[in-house]
Design a protein around this ligand. Structure first.
Ligand SMILES: Nc1nc2c(ncn2[C@@H]2O[C@H](COP(=O)(O)OP(=O)(O)OP(=O)(O)O)[C@@H](O)[C@H]2O)c(=O)[nH]1
Ligand SMILES: [Mg+2]
Length: 311
């Protein structure tokens, strides 16, 4: 029912059939079609089935599940294998709190993370990479003239979705990877304000690799997000986004909430013994606080030590 379309198959325009009810189709979904699938001008097919999703990447508008915004859950994409967390090294400045949130979402959805640091021509990556030393998080550095062969190799054979703040260069990168894509690119405005250039997610087939027969994979460009809310992730799953901390919690007392107020939380000793970066623990606890409505509403994803906006 859901055969793979080959690169030479036509692009079919289809609408959701009424029998799907309230089920929504998202980018990355594999669907069953009926009707005119010729791809001829004016031809219209109908989507009658959605295949079971291998993965579902979600985010919420806010962290606090007790608010209406916190309960507003959005499916970003279906069936992605890899979450490419795109962060600029400057303009807009990197936010490790945002990257940490994306890592939580990736582990929660069982999608592999890849850190993509753009605008390496404007600032060095040392601070961001140093923060993730203990994680063995794969990363790529992108500058306007950089060779993309290493990135193409990491994208091969998989469905990868790009997520990041507005203006970090997601669409610029997609246009370099898929020259026919012609995604609009914008100018950078301050984080959380201004216009978002891309307004919808689009999946694009990557061009063939030099090695014939190997599947180049798919790349999904998404609109910039202001924040990556995690109200849908349970407290326990939140910790899985911090694999450098999780091991310590076997020594926590039963029902430990791991907050700074927990007198015997084993995470404090773990960090004091140099087994994890104290900034990662602080970031985890900021996330916990944000979920209970105690976060800093102005810039929830800026950890102490991240550059100031405008720098
Ligand atoms: N200096 C520098 N500028 C870059 C680089 N990559 C992208 N830019 C610039 O950053 C600006 C924003 O790029 P976009 O690709 O539109 O950013 P986006 O992430 O798609 O933004 P949204 O669609 O709003 O989410 C453009 O002016 C790009 O030319 C880079 O590696 N170095
Ligand atoms: Mg864009």
């Amino acid at each position: 029912m859901f055969p793979d379309a080959g690169p030479d198959d036509p692009t079919v325009t289809a609408m959701r059939a009424r029998e799907l009810g309230r089920k929504s189709v998202v980018v990355g979904d594999r669907v069953g079609l009926v009707g005119d699938t010729s791809g001829a001008p004016g031809a219209l097919a109908r989507i009658v089935r959605i295949a079971e999703r291998r993965s579902v990447l979600r985010r919420t508008a806010e962290d606090d599940a007790t608010t209406a915004e916190g309960r507003l859950e959005r499916v970003v994409v279906a069936n992605a294998d890899q979450l490419v967390i795109v962060s600029a090294l400057a303009d807009p400045p990197p936010r490790t709190g945002f990257i940490d949130r994306c890592l939580v979402a990736a582990y929660d959805a069982d999608i592999e993370p890849l850190l993509c640091l753009t605008k390496a021509d404007l600032a060095g990556p040392e601070a961001v990479i140093g923060y993730y030393t203990e994680l063995e998080l794969p990363y790529v550095l992108i500058r306007p003239d950089s060779d993309l062969a290493a990135l193409r190799a990491l994208l091969a054979g998989r469905i990868s979705v790009l997520v990041g703040h507005s203006g970090v260069g997601k669409s610029t990168l997609v246009n370099r990877l898929v020259p026919a894509a012609d995604r609009a690119v914008g100018t950078v405005s301050a984080i959380g304000r201004g216009r978002h250039t891309s307004t919808s997610a689009v999946a694009l087939r990557l061009p063939p690799l030099p090695e014939a027969d190997s599947d180049p994979g798919w790349i999904i460009d998404t609109p910039g997000v202001r924040s990556f809310g995690l109200a849908h992730v349970s407290g326990e799953s939140l910790l899985h986004g911090f694999p450098d901390l999780v091991e310590a919690t076997v020594d926590c007392p039963a029902n430990c909430q791991h907050t700074a107020e927990e007198a015997d939380c084993a995470l404090d000793a773990w960090v004091a013994a140099g087994k994890a970066d104290p900034r990662r623990l602080a970031s985890y606890r900021r996330l916990l606080a944000s979920r209970s409505g105690e976060g800093d509403p102005r810039e929830p994803e800026r950890n102490p030590g991240d550059p100031l906006a405008g720098s």
